[in-house]
Design a protein around this ligand. Structure first.
Ligand code: AMP
Length: 215
């Protein structure tokens, strides 16, 4: 099973991915998470990527494509994987197709999460992440039991630098311009399924995605 969760920033890709990988027993490949780890570790990649991320811009295609190509060769991807936050441009989508073909793999499905813009803004400004385990929370819709503390590992929660209002606006614009064309791209390849993810609980949306993937 190889599938993509597509959708604007704040659509819930990370949250749903964390649940889906448990159900399907496949890894989540989140390019955003990989880049944030690299920034934290101050690696060459992290230093290069940080500037783009802080401005709400996309990291250059050639950098991201290399990361994904290496990651899908890891042994834990042998039964499939979920791509979260990749591809984000037509060039990345073409590269993914080429890489999958080269490795005799096939993309099964692309699930596009549709969420209204005003909801996205609230979700992004309210988002908090665990410093240690990466678990997702939202101060409005999914607060932790104790303010600022992760329910799972009791570590401190933080707000992503790019979840500040000025950067959110930029990221939403970048999404519309560079990533939204992928909806048409995958529709034309008969791989696209769409879900209205503006309303409903996390479990309800995860169930909808699961039904699509099982069918
Ligand atoms: P995310 O966590 O998916 O929202 O990604 C956070 C940031 O990482 C984005 O705003 C980009 O700067 C960068 N990023 C993540 N994935 C990609 C990608 N596939 N292509 C280019 N930049 C990316």
């Amino acid at each position: 099973m190889i599938f993509i969760l597509l959708g604007p920033p704040g659509a819930g890709k990370g949250t749903y991915s964390q649940r889906l990988i448990e159900k399907f027993n496949i890894p989540q490949i989140s390019t955003g998470d990989i880049l944030r780890e690299a920034v934290k570790a101050k690696t060459e990649l992290g230093i290069k990527a940080k500037d783009y991320m802080d401005k709400g811009l996309l990291v250059p295609d050639e950098v991201i494509i290399g990361i994904v190509e290496d990651r899908i060769k890891e042994p834990d991807c042998k039964n499939g994987f979920l791509l979260d936050g990749f591809p984000r441009t037509i060039e990345q989508a073409d590269a993914l197709e080429y890489i999958l073909n080269k490795n005799k793999l096939k993309l099964d499905c692309v699930v596009n999460l549709i969420v209204k813009n005003e909801i996205l803004f609230k979700r992004l400004t309210g988002r908090r992440l665990c410093k240690k385990c990466g678990a997702n929370y939202n101060i409005y819709t999914l607060p932790p039991a104790q303010e600022g503390i992760c329910d799972k590992c009791q570590s401190e929660l933080y707000q992503r630098d790019d979840d500040k209002p000025e950067t959110i606006e930029k990221r939403l614009l970048v999404y519309t311009k560079q990533t939204a064309p992928l909806i048409e791209y995958y529709k034309n390849k008969n791989l696209l399924k769409e879900i209205d993810a503006s309303e409903g609980t996390i479990n309800e949306i995860v169930d909808k995605i699961e039904d699509i993937l099982k069918s």
